[in-house]
Design a protein around this ligand. Structure first.
Ligand code: CNA
Length: 290
């Protein structure tokens, strides 16, 4: 774990957050997460050099990296995504939660989590013991299925069988191809995202972990956190999200409660746990999910 800004104000901010956690002064924590928290479980992210964008663009000879996840391409060539699912869906279902997921579950158990907003579709939050009602899967889930056009539900087991047989499932209502309910570019976010959005304005500390904050409208979430609340980014690189908005992340301003901790999410959350002197308690929590 390192930091490209080792200045005193930065270290002071980190120590203040640890002190607030240790003394139970943060009671409405929000998590804002992305694919980076699941890479150590074996699930590639989108934008890293060996991520899914690079893999799919090459395999399907696409003109742009995001094209594979465009809804129009899916309607034209559902077989591409079915082929992709055949390879990754089973693998994702067998993955275990990472330390970053378990940290979220651990804080939920402490009763200090307001909400978990994730862009991830792997559902590892649930496997880490985070209560379903606290989780907002902003980009859907891979383990439920439906029609992207009329939104009617479809049995995921039936879809899995079709995928493995190399057949396409079509909606009985509108004849569009069925897919797992993961949100593609060009699709609306689930209503649960809008229903829980207000929780972001009630957070006293947000941990933003493993995301490039590049996907609209999710990247706006940090901007809606109250100005007197903490925003802690734990990521391999510094990102600031939405460009044309007010209240952007600004780690270099010593007067703002924005703190960047550069590193692998699993290592950083372990350091936070250790610095809070929660190590034994956290290990006990994690041992339930081996
Ligand atoms: P992204 O754009 O690929 O960004 C990932 C970010 O995490 C980058 O800044 C990386 O540097 C960083 N990162 C990678 N590994 C680590 C690590 N171990 N520790 C710390 N930082 C790390 O992915 P986003 O989530 O920002 O983009 C949103 C997309 C990705 C959503 O639509 C997701 O549905 C989609 N996605 C989800 C999964 C999943 O469910 N696990 C996997 C791949 C893509």
């Amino acid at each position: 774990m390192g930091n490209d800004d080792n200045s005193e104000p930065h270290q002071n901010k980190y120590e203040e957050i640890i002190n607030l956690l240790k003394t139970n002064q943060l009671k409405n924590i929000t998590f804002i997460t992305g694919a980076g928290i699941s890479t150590s479980a074996g699930i590639p992210d989108f934008r890293s050099p060996n991520g899914l964008f690079a893999q799919t663009q090459k395999k399907y000879n696409l003109s742009s990296p995001v094209q594979f996840f465009q809804i129009n391409l899916f309607y034209e060539h559902p077989e591409y995504f079915y082929d992709f699912c055949k390879n990754v869906e089973k693998q994702i279902n067998e993955c275990k939660p990472t330390k970053a997921h378990l940290f979220q579950g651990f804080l939920c158990k402490k009763g200090i989590v307001k909400r978990i907003f994730t862009q991830n579709v792997d559902g590892l939050e649930i496997k880490a013991g985070c209560p379903r009602e606290l989780c907002t899967f902003a980009h859907g889930r891979i383990d439920i299925a439906g029609c992207p056009e009329c939104l009617s539900d479809y049995d995921i087991e039936e879809l899995r069988q079709k995928i493995y047989k190399g057949e396409i499932a079509y909606c009985e209502e509108c004849n569009k191809p069925i897919k797992p309910k993961v949100v593609f570019y060009g699709e609306y976010l689930p209503s649960s995202y809008h229903d829980s959005f207000d929780d972001i304005t009630k957070t006293d500390c947000a941990f933003i972990m493993g995301t490039s904050l590049a996907v609209f409208p999710f990247y706006r979430l940090p901007c809606n956190i109250p100005k007197d609340s903490w925003r802690v980014l734990i990521n391999l690189e510094k990102v600031t999200g939405a460009i044309f908005t007010t209240n952007r992340l600004d780690f270099d301003n010593e007067y703002k409660k924005d703190c960047f901790i550069q590193g692998y999410t699993d290592e950083v959350v372990q350091k936070i746990v250790d610095d809070c002197e929660w190590t034994k308690e956290f290990n006990e929590y994690c041992s339930n999910f081996k």
